[in-house]
Design a protein around this ligand. Structure first.
Ligand code: 3HC
Ligand code: NAI
Length: 698
């Protein structure tokens, strides 16, 4: 039974038990309705407590039911039964009350929650809006501005804040939820608490009627964040309807209509796909969920440069002490100073208290001696990208680290097996590929070497979650999943500018596609001198010429673009001249490249490379590749990811376009064998399953 009814004296308890997160499936809705009706009609019952078993209150509607024919009972029937109850209903919340879970709590007449509870309407992250009256009831309780912020961010609000904004009526002690809710219900029965029907409370809305510009101001302030997404705008419109409708029901009708529009649209389908993709990425066929993991209580980081510093911050942020080793005192001090100023900036914005900055800095110990890694459970190497150097370091780590320690490299492209081969324990070696800035970017590519032990993989995946990263397992190949695919886009982008498109044309098209910035802007930001060696520069590419001129990107005020003091990028006439010169000497005809061609040329080879990665067993499944691109490369989540995008277009169409490009532009566009195979079988990337148990070399 997913919902049960019990009675203690005058109080009925309706308890939901639908692990893991008590999602409101049809069975749960039906169970609640049945138990509510029984409690309402039982003359012995005077008040009702709605609560959940297991680790959380209701975390929302059952997302697996979306996009399928609706099952009864419907939401309206359920919500009305609770809200219209003459007997007061108290929602007793622990864990998360999210989406439909919070909406159900909002039709209860009171809400109490434990200290650790979190409440929110995260539908926007699924490309949706709260479809159970949330957009109409929330502003009636917390006011317009808070409601706008909550529904468009999907933020989980902690219990303390929920109490302050009136979202809950009381905080009860952890472990005392039932007692606390019972005491609250008894007080309500004694008359000290008047039951509140939120749908009838209009005071907060009335107060904002004179301030209609609030909505447009909110839109303007968040335009960048919402760009490309439909759901935030639809959420705003629903709250506007809450204010402007003559009746609650009228506002509700707007919510229902807009909810359905989003639900059947492509953005929400992609975002729902992504929700499950991210969770699926944690599942590794030959590493079972119950694999014992190694305790990570102390971490070592080698190199305090761009990556080492950011990597160290991740662990300090979660209370894990870190030893950072550098070659020279002044480099070490510079590295620690960068970390400190990062924390100071966050503190200045109000994101951290001074005490926390000190606490985190206190967890970092600098050293010039690798022997200080001897008691570390995990050491991450982040020195220059040179195989000879990394091999030398791993030989030394092998001699220094304790027997159970994990030895990881942050290399962005080198062969992990070759690095592991210099140690006597290649099973303890793994790639932990963080993205820059490592303290900010969500993605962590976990690179499995040929001999990496399963418990080292399990530990790395768990650790990633602990430090707030989204981890994806990849096999050893140059550039792993993300950078290997990105190379294809870079290659085409560079070719396009030698055919007639300007860097800002390519960037604009990819920006409009939904990326935060195009490849040239990204290169300018990263620095055009990455991998450039002055002595070897032969003015043979546009990039080389720009570097030779000292135009190293945004940091020097010029690169492909020119930058003003506020770092705004402007198309550069000088870059245009350089490109035109290259074109003139190449003897190629300049032609007008269409926007569609830019998208196809830049994206299809990326998809094709993804297919090769899959066919070589370097990624477990297509959706893992999508998780990499959404978190590491700014792929717009409302397009799911490159592999999902290809599935939506139709793999036959992708293949046909690749063949057409191949005929005129050569083997950059040679279709992957897997792409041909799936098309021949009428299948999608989503249908593809690895047959080998592990990610073995091809
Ligand atoms: N429906 C179906 N399955 C769900 C689910 C949901 N709402 N929420 C979580 N799950 C599943 C996950 O897929 C996962 O399954 P798996 O073990 O097979 O991979 C399992 O529950 C556990 O989830 P997590 O791994 O995410 O567990 P965490 O403890 O890390 O996080 C959570 C818990 C914060 C509740 C997180 O799962 C979450 O954010 N869930 C989604 C919340 C949400 O978006 N709610 C709104 C739904 S839409 C809605 O309510 C519409 C309404 O307005 C009409
Ligand atoms: P960086 O040049 O900023 O930092 C490297 C640091 O390592 C320097 O401070 C240097 O003094 C130190 N170092 C060199 N030899 C050392 C030794 N023997 N012992 C201790 N410290 C030593 O380089 P960055 O960018 O941090 O890159 C580090 C690694 O991370 C490379 O393998 C790179 O490929 C990889 N990486 C870089 C990314 C980036 O965007 N910068 C992204 C992902 C991975």
């Amino acid at each position: 039974m997913v919902v049960k009814l019990e009675r203690q004296d005058e109080i009925a308890f309706v308890t939901i038990n639908n692990p893991p997160v008590n999602a409101l499936s049809a069975a749960v809705r039906s169970g609640i309705l049945e138990c509510m009706n029984a409690a309402i009609t039982d003359p012995e019952v005077k008040a009702i407590v709605l609560t959940c078993a297991g680790r959380t209150f209701i975390a929302g509607a059952d997302i697996t039911e979306f996009g399928k024919p609706p099952k009864s009972p419907g939401w309206d029937e359920l919500l009305a039964a609770v809200e219209d109850s003459r007997k007061p209903v108290v929602a007793a919340i622990h864990g998360n009350a999210l989406g439909g879970g919070l909406e159900l709590a909002l039709v209860c007449h009171f809400r109490v929650a434990t200290n650790d509870a979190k409440l929110g309407l995260p539908e926007v992250k699924l490309g949706l809006l709260p479809g159970g009256g949330g957009t109409q009831r929330l502003p009636r309780i917390v006011g317009l501005e808070k409601a706008l912020e909550m529904v468009t961010s999907g933020r989980h609000v902690p219990a303390k804040e929920a109490l302050e904004i009136g979202l809950i009526d009381e905080i009860v002690e952890e472990g005392q939820l039932k007692e606390g809710a019972t005491a609250f219900a008894n007080r309500a029965l004694a008359g000290s608490k008047r039951p509140v029907k939120v749908s009838g409370s209009n005071a907060k809305l009335e107060a904002t009627k004179d301030n209609p510009e609030i909505f447009d101001n909110f839109r303007k302030a968040n335009a960048r964040k919402f760009r490309g997404f439909l759901a935030p705008e639809y959420n705003i419109r629903c709250i506007e309807a809450a204010v402007n409708s003559a009746t609650f029901e009228e506002g509700l009708a707007v919510e229902r209509k807009l909810f359905m529009e989003l639900m059947i649209g492509p953005q929400s389908a992609a975002q729902r796909y992504y929700f499950f993709a991210e969770r699926q990425a944690n599942k590794i066929p030959d590493v079972s969920d119950d694999t014992a993991t190694r305790p990570i209580k102390k971490v070592g980081v080698l190199g305090a440069g761009t990556m080492g510093g950011g990597i160290a911050m991740n662990f300090a942020n979660t209370g894990i002490p870190v030893t950072i080793v550098e070659v020279k005192q002044e480099v070490l001090e510079r590295g620690l100073k960068v970390i400190k100023s990062n924390y100071d900036r966050t503190a200045a914005r109000g994101g951290l208290t001074r005490e926390l900055v000190d606490e985190r800095m206190g967890l970092l110990t600098g050293s010039l001696d690798m022997n200080d890694f001897k008691d570390c459970d995990l050491v991450i190497e982040a020195v220059f990208e040179r195989m000879d150097l990394k091999k030398n370091i791993f030989e030394r780590l092998d001699a220094i680290c304790k027997p159970s320690a994990i030895m990881a490299t942050n290399t962005s492209a080198l062969n992990i097996d070759e690095i592991a081969s210099v140690t006597k324990r290649p099973e303890d070696v793994i790639g932990l590929h963080f993205f820059s800035p490592a303290n900010v970017m969500k993605l962590l590519e976990v690179i499995r070497g040929e001999k990496t032990a399963t418990d080292v993989i399990a530990t790395s995946m768990k650790l990633a979650k602990w430090i707030g990263k989204v981890a994806v397992l990849a096999g050893v190949c140059p550039g792993f999943i993300g950078n290997r695919m990105l190379d294809q886009r870079e290659r085409q982008a560079k070719k396009l500018v030698l055919e007639g498109a300007m860097p800002w044309d390519v960037d604009r098209v990819l920006y409009d596609f939904g990326f935060p910035m195009g490849p040239f802007r990204m290169n300018d930001l990263a620095g055009l001198d990455i991998g450039w060696v002055k002595e070897e520069s032969r003015s043979s590419t546009v990039g080389e010429v720009l570097c030779e001129m000292g135009r190293l990107g945004e940091k020097t005020g010029a690169g492909f673009y020119d930058y003003d003091e506020s770092r705004n990028a402007k198309p550069s006439p000088l870059t245009e001249k350089i490109i035109n010169r290259f074109m003139a000497t190449s003897g190629k005809m300049k032609w007008t490249v269409s926007d569609d061609e830019v998208v196809d040329r830049c994206i299809y080879p990326v998809i094709n490379e993804g297919a090769k990665i899959l066919q070589e067993g370097k990624a477990i499944r297509a959706s893992d590749i999508d998780v990499v691109w959404v978190n590491g490369y700014g792929w717009p989540v409302y397009r799911g990811g490159p592999m999902y995008y290809a599935d939506q277009i139709g793999l036959d169409k992708v293949l046909a376009k690749m063949k057409k490009f191949q005929a005129t532009m050569g083997d950059d566009f040679k279709p992957a064998a897997l792409l041909e195979k799936l098309v021949a079988e009428g299948k999608k990337f989503a249908d593809f399953k690895q047959t080998q148990k592990t990610l073995e070399p091809a």
